[in-house]
Design a protein around this ligand. Sequence first.
Ligand code: TRP
Ligand code: ZN
Length: 873
Amino acid sequence: MSTDSTVLVQRQDYRSPDFAIDSVDLELFLRPQDTEVRSRLAIRRRNSGAKDLLLDGEGLELLSLSLDGEVLASDRYSFESGKLRISDVPEHFIVDSRVRIQPEANTALSGLYYADAVFLTQCEAEGFRRITWYPDRPDVLARFTVTLHAPKATCPILLSNGNCVATSEADNGWHWARWEDPFPKPCYLFAAVGGAFHVAKDQYVTGSGKKISLELHVAERDRDACEQALQSLKKAMAWDEEVYGREYDLDRYLIVATDSFNMGAMENKGLNIFNSKYVLASPETATDADYQGIESVIAHEYFHNWTGNRVTLRDWFQLSLKEGLTVFRDQEFSADMNSRGVQRIADVRRLRAAQFAEDASALAHPVRPESYKEINNFYTATVYEKGAEVIRMMHTLLGVEGFRAGTDLYFQRHDGQAVRIEELLDALATGSGRDLSGFLRWYSQAGTPRLKAEGHFDAENGRYHLRLQQHTPATPGQEQKLPVPIPVRLAFFYEDGRAARLPSGDEELVILLQDATQDWDFGPFPRAVIPSLLRGFSAPVLLERADAEAADAFLAQHDSDPFNRWDSLQRLAQKALLASIANPERSVLSTELQAAFAAALSQPLDDPAFSAELLSLPTEESIGQLMDPIDVDGIHVQREALRHALGDIFAEDWRHLYHDLAAPYRRDGRAMGTRRLRNLALYYAMGSAQAEEAQSWAERQYRSADNMTDRLAALQVLAFAPHYDADPLLSDFYQRWQSHPLIIDRWFSLQLGRAAPETLRRAQELLQHPAFSWRVPNRVRAVLAAFAANLPVFHASDGSGYRFYAQQIRHLDDLNPQTAARLATVFSRWSRYDEERQRQMRTVMEELLGKDGLSRDLGEILERSLGVSEERS
Ligand code: TRP
Ligand code: ZN
């Protein structure tokens, strides 16, 4: 098999680079089918034992190669599995190379590619080697000078990292621009762009008075959709100064938006490249969630300028050093910009949906993996989201000031360096004066710890006794697990719902569980108390409390911690659902759940977004995580039954909410929360006995909405309804928005949400639609990810969903391996289903594994999913 021959990269094999690159001079002649790249590298030996120079390259047609100005004889160099070896090189020397590449044929979107008449690059993680011969590793930092040549008519704008130092015109209609980046950087942060754009400009003045020009490059048709991105950028710049003391360091900050991008966005130094989904927004075209996504991704990439770029990675195993820390930073930024409680709920929901699922799958791996075949496969929820939780736990322990002292020291010590996770932990510990050594285990050990809590109130002495125990189940390749440090934030409540003050005077405290079992005593309290544990989700664990039954019913109504109140209510709903899945004769609505809903509905609406969170049903995925095996059909049926029961019992509430909350469009937090709650009311009404009437509300809302959030919400409830013919509205929607790719992505996905057998045929038809394109990842995901998210259809018992999906992955793998591999990870959870589905999933994976020209990306995901790789994590 092709993948067997590919190398397993091991963390322990790290060796520092033999050669340093003092400067890189790149010259690109941009032509869609035939781009020439000239490179001049000034190289210096670092390891006196090294005689030969090894450079990485992939798919490069070598035109010429010389050393210190002399063309190299063919016996001085050779090619070996993706490397160019130049033998017997001197101490200091210059290597000149010229290569030819084909941007238009580059459908993998890694390296230099050409899409929608624009030249773009994506070099993280290992795309630079698809542009020129180079030591493509993050610990080689070099100063870059880049000259871009292109026809002026089609590429009036030419961009790269740093400062534009010269431009000129040639007489053949071409022009060129030269860019110099004053900051040495690893090549994964290199970027170049050529094309025609509308440039939306703004300015930011830093705390020290430096004026920064902000320039957003978008397609001409999107000129009016730039405001949110620019505002978010300015907020992020101010926040990083205030909270971390970090200023921006170049005169210009450039962002380019493209529809053709594998991921969300990329933090290239001074020249971010973004999926247009995270840039473009106007009320008519973007939902409230889209606006918030832009705010958070713009901030994420901006924050990378310090956490990732100024301080970078020694090797790719350290990926979470930049990603975990930067996700933590963007989450905190969003919490400060919006409602902290609602933000935390959303972040934990994502963590559980993606990362807990990953930990429970064959792809479970530590935040810092020990080996990989294809690094692109490790841009995972574990590295990003769990990595952010580990930083958050340390932040919780150190407090705001201790943590800031730690990051100050980190930047002071390591600015301009390529470092490991150890360097961050050491700076945090030294800066704050706290011991954090136990936290390294969170980076090396995979799996979600189970935290068991048992406690009782002793009326004799008024003390509350708490015992905490931890245990992490085995994951592939890691049988034995050791205890990890778990900060538990907690508070106590009296039975009337009032908060109990501790003898210290505080209402909340943080304790640290470090051993397998530990005991605590709290109090004395004058009356019996009930603890609220793991407030704000203070550690990424699965909490099992012995008194869950009573505690959840109580906390769902009384907890003052928004996260815990929401979580308790979710658990009540999950418990009711699991009971009725096991015994469908039972009524799905429990009295505790009904009481909690009634309480949530009767509270004042001062935080409508939080109310909407409280009143939302657990997702089908999250219920599945609690089952073994997962009963896909039972989950869907009972969840719909619960929606129906709640829709009926609270019919009057939904009706009032729906009518009373109607308001003209505004875009502040309250207005967004209100829309969310109102659309939730519509959702319950549509699933209830008043469905027919609600249908007319939805139809009217679809037609008269003054914003995309409401229009799409109305269309969605109708399109997902089992017996409603939504086709006339869907074609109206298509007609209206056909020139907006991001909206048409939604149109594709919307048609795949109905839990009915004909959805498979709809998916097949959509792949034939003229607007479908295999070259645009957003469009491919709009169909395939939406299909896989429809659990009853994807997991159809005859295996038809799996076969359809696998066939598309097979096709996509030839064009875009990164995206194919990512989409294929849904199969990694095969062991969670019944035997027949297991067999069917394994069969399609095994068939894929035999595919001609299987990519390293997809091959690794399939091997690890099936457990056929020799080494793991
Ligand atoms: N570093 C990017 C981020 O901010 C991730 C990324 C963007 C990426 N494009 C990529 C990773 C392509 C791998 C391949 O999160
Ligand atoms: Zn990132």
